[in-house]
Ligand binder design. Structure first.
Ligand code: AMP
Length: 223
């Protein structure tokens, strides 16, 4: 099953992606995480991406597509995968279809009001080492400032500050939102309310995934 998590920054794609990964065993691929690693390691690619990321703009399509290509052909992606933060525009969605032959089977849009997004993004903290996601309002670590998983320091992302958040939301409306229509036409689009408890949101996502996985099994058996 190939799943795309769509939705604005701060909607909970990363958190829900982690939970889906745990429950279903499909690896989560986050282009944002991959890019942040490149920046942290000061690679050529990271140096090229850094300025755009810090301004809240999108990194060049060719760069992210190369990264995605590299990941989805790895063995652990054979049964499926979860894309978090990719595609971010219609051009990327088309390129994904070229690479993959088939479209993604399920696109889940985690929707949230602009006010809630800003609140969440400002309270978000991530692990400086493993990238695990926390939130000072809803998902605190057991020990303040420390990652529950690997014990490293929690930091605020450079793009989770008010001016950059504003730009990221603008980019979302101008470029990413068009994917709602794009995937609706392909009949693979599902919208989820991102407000409320993490568990309630993930239960809603699991219901969609279970239903769609069962459907695709029936179709496969009939072939
Ligand atoms: P995210 O962690 O998904 O919020 O991504 C953080 C930043 O990485 C974005 O604001 C972009 O600058 C860059 N980025 C992540 N995914 C993509 C993508 N698919 N296309 C272009 N830029 C991306």
């Amino acid at each position: 099953m190939r799943v795309v998590l769509l939705g604005p920054p701060g909607g909970g794609k990363g958190t829900q992606g982690e939970l889906i990964e745990k429950k279903y065993g499909f690896p989560k691929i986050s282009t944002g995480d991959l890019l942040r690693r490149e920046v942290q390691e000061k690679t050529t690619l990271g140096e090229m991406a850094k300025a755009k990321m810090n301004q809240g703009e999108l990194v060049n399509d060719d760069i992210v597509i190369e990264m995605i290509k590299h990941k989805i052909f790895q063995l652990d992606c054979k049964r499926g995968y979860i894309l978090d933060g990719f595609p971010r525009n219609v051009g990327q969605a088309r390129r994904l279809e070229e690479i993959e032959e088939k479209r993604p089977e399920i696109v889940i849009d985690i929707h949230l009001s602009e006010q809630a997004l800003i609140r969440r993004l400002s309270a978000r903290r991530i692990c400086s080492s493993c990238g695990a996601i926390y939130n000072l309002l809803a998902r605190n670590p057991r020990k303040e400032g420390t990652c529950d998983i690997c014990g490293s320091e929690l930091i605020q992302r450079e793009d989770d500050v008010p001016e950059v958040i504003k730009e990221r939301l603008k980019v979302y409306h101008e470029q990413t939102e068009a994917l709602i229509d794009y995937y609706s036409r392909k009949k693979v689009y599902f919208r989820i309310d991102g407000e409320g408890k993490i568990e309630t949101i993930s239960d809603n996502i699991y219901s969609i995934l279970d239903r769609e996985i069962a459907k695709s099994r029936v179709m496969e058996a009939a072939r």
